[in-house]
Design a protein around this ligand. Structure first.
Ligand code: SAM
Length: 208
């Protein structure tokens, strides 16, 4: 059993509390970018809080996570919130196959992609595959909003991420902003190690 399987099973999910401030951050981000609601994707959505916050703002959101237990919880939360949303069990490093297997349409590109704490835990080949899969699902002007630990502090499980180390895999993307997260469930000491990475797609949609 993997780390996240176990974490959801025993209820050790500190990231959920850490994300409580997200609706405020999200409103700020949407206002700054002027993004109009459209199709959105939440990579490693966990139990769905961020995807749900986005759906409540009019976006058509699909959440993906490889832990079935988390996805079941996300579906339950969305139903309770009265939102029609899609949550899919699958690995983000083979996303197109996951979508095909689950009948998720890939014709319409995603205008906004969220990643809160998923990418920064992947190894190098997984990062390359993640970027490759994503580039087939976005179009020029699409955005990626990522929350990641800064690199080099937490060993192999949470390697962290920053644009300097990502850019080689993210051809066709440009950095809009990289800035420290100011609040983290009120625990400012930990906030120092988390940062927002905001990217915009400049390249054409890739073909598979
Ligand atoms: C730190 S948690 C954050 C969950 C959620 N984004 C949140 O903020 O509440 C990271 C999530 O990414 C998921 N994850 C990690 N690697 C993944 C992969 N390769 N494919 C799909 N999900 C993955 C984990 O199962 C976990 O739910």
């Amino acid at each position: 059993m993997g780390f996240f399987d176990l974490a959801y099973r025993v209820g050790f999910t500190p990231w959920e509390r850490a994300g409580e401030n997200f609706p405020v951050e999200l409103d700020d981000y949407l206002a700054r970018t002027g993004l109009a609601p459209g199709r959105a994707l939440d990579m490693g959505c966990g139990t769905g809080d961020h995807a749900i916050a986005l759906a409540a703002r009019g976006w058509r959101v699909i959440g993906v996570d490889y832990v079935a237990r988390a996805v079941l919880r996300a579906r339950k939360k969305a139903r309770a919130a009265g939102l029609q949303m899609r949550f899919v069990v699958g690995d983000v490093v083979e996303l197109c196959e996951v979508f095909e297997d689950n009948g998720v349409g890939m014709g319409e590109p995603f205008g906004l992609v969220l990643d809160f704490g998923c990418f920064h835990g992947l190894n190098d080949p997984e990062r390359r595959a993640y970027a490759r899969e994503l580039s087939c699902l976005v179009e020029p002007g699409s955005r990626l909003l990522m929350l990641a630990f800064t690199p080099g502090r937490r060993g192999q499980l949470l390697r962290g991420a920053d644009w300097e180390r990502m850019r080689g895999d993210f051809a066709g993307w440009e950095l809009e902003s990289e800035r420290r997260m100011e609040a983290f469930g009120g625990r400012l000491a930990e906030a120092a190690e988390l940062h927002w990475i905001e990217l915009v797609r400049t390249g054409l949609r890739a073909t598979r």
